[in-house]
Design a protein around this ligand. Structure first.
Ligand code: FES
Ligand SMILES: [Fe+2]
Length: 413
């Protein structure tokens, strides 16, 4: 249970809100690279952290991300001409470059200096893994982009989907820090179906519906260790990682990082990024089937307003929910809690130890940032690379062994 004040701290991310300002100190996914496929192509609207922005791919291939409304008289730059490394407003032709500078004001007389006096909000971007990451904080605090192991993988070793979630982003994050729900929300009654469609280990989480959570604080955030008993007296251990400020690394069909990026306080984008460090991901394992459930506007076909297309017959004899695909099942769980769940009326059990730890970690981070401390896990020196132990995995641990002996790179740092 959380106080109303802490609930607000945990869920509010507009400019000026402590968590909002903290998130702005990190690189976060803003859109997919595929939304701006062509140089000088159409700009797209991007709404992030309560801000209205537009993104565009400039003539030189870089992605610009600027505030949506023209500095002159606020016409939307979504309609702008994307030409010669900048956006030109269609009302009076003011042109803005990728840094937000006004580079042309054709309706002003020669000698006008108005363009030197104003500047459009513009955020730096970096592309990685099919996503465009943005840094929305103060320019002088811009960190290096994290040295993710997957950063330079070929396209066939990665995949990514983006989908809209109609609730506060924290509800999405909490779902990821909650291993117990795998055995219920995502269960399928026929284990042969599970074996055929998921990884070989998935059946193991049906052996023990009440995992015990261990957790440890690390330099990147919080590592969560969910341990289930196996039939031979050993254990099945699933390790996921909460990475500041809004990502959870989790083992799905492949290793995945799920980012929950606030659009505003009542909606967020869910980016599901998957990768294989060694080889191409076979077609049937790309996207985890999610791509078939998401429309071109990034909304899921199954939504709260159509009851997630629930099939009550299938709920009796097919799967636990009667709803298809993890993505929709997760959305059902998170969105039906309401746009911003009231955590003062919850009754947490032992299975919630993971999300309780992550909440506490975030609240401490937000409060110390609010009190003037620098944010944790922000790379100021590009040669710093402490990302090798930021990982996710699952292992069957025989009696007498520990998971850490089997995954030594996940150090306690
Ligand atoms: S409103 Fe954009 S140039 Fe006038
Ligand atoms: Fe889930």
């Amino acid at each position: 249970m959380l106080s109303q004040a802490d609930n607000q701290l945990l869920t509010q991310t507009n400019k000026g809100a402590p968590y909002g300002d903290l998130i702005r100190r990190y690189w976060i996914p803003a859109l997919l690279s595929s939304e701006v496929p062509e140089k000088d192509g159409a700009p797209v609207r991007v709404k992030l952290l309560g801000e209205d922005l537009v993104a565009f791919r400039a003539s030189d291939g870089r992605v610009g991300l600027v505030e949506e409304f023209c500095l002159h008289r606020s016409t939307s730059l979504f309609f702008a001409r994307n030409e010669e490394c900048g956006l030109r407003c269609v009302y009076h032709g003011w042109k803005f470059d990728l840094d937000g500078r006004v580079v042309d004001t054709p309706a002003e007389p020669p000698g006008s200096t108005i363009k030197d006096k104003v500047r459009l909000i513009a955020y730096p971007t970096v592309e990685a893994g099919g996503m465009v990451f943005a840094y929305m904080g103060p320019a002088e605090k811009k960190p290096a982009f994290p040295a993710y192991l997957w950063r330079n993988l070929p396209d066939d070793q990665t995949y990514v989907t983006k989908s809209l979630l109609d609730c506060n982003f924290m509800q999405g994050i909490e779902g990821e820090c909650d291993s117990a729900h795998l055995t219920q929300l995502h269960s399928v009654f026929d284990l042969d179906v599970v074996r055929a469609t998921r990884d070989t280990q998935s059946v193991l989480y049906f052996n023990d519906p009440a995992p015990v959570y261990d957790r440890e604080e690390t330099s990147f955030g919080m590592r969560l260790i969910a341990t289930r008993k196996t039939q031979d007296g050993g254990s099945y251990v699933r390790i996921s990682s909460f990475e500041m400020p809004l990502a959870v690394w989790i083992l799905a069909l492949r290793k995945e990082a799920h980012f929950y990026v606030p659009i505003n306080d009542r909606q967020c984008w869910r980016f599901d990024f998957g990768y294989d460090l060694e080889k191409a991901v076979p077609e049937q394992f790309r996207y985890g089937g999610r791509d078939k459930h998401i429309g071109p506007d990034f909304r899921r076909h199954a939504r709260l307003d159509n009851d997630y297309l629930i099939d009550r017959k299938r709920q009796k004899d097919g799967n636990f929910t009667g709803v298809e695909n993890f993505l929709n099942q997760d959305a059902l769980a998170s969105e039906s809690q309401g746009p911003i769940v009231d955590r003062s009326r919850e009754h947490l059990g032992q299975s919630d130890a993971g999300l309780v730890a992550v909440r506490r970690y975030i609240l401490n981070a937000v409060k110390s940032f609010r009190d003037g401390a620098e944010p944790a896990h922000v790379l100021t020196d590009p040669s710093q690379n402490d990302f090798g132990h930021l990982d996710t995995d699952a292992v069957v641990v025989p009696p007498g062994k520990t998971w850490r002996e089997m995954l030594p790179h996940m150090a306690r740092v």
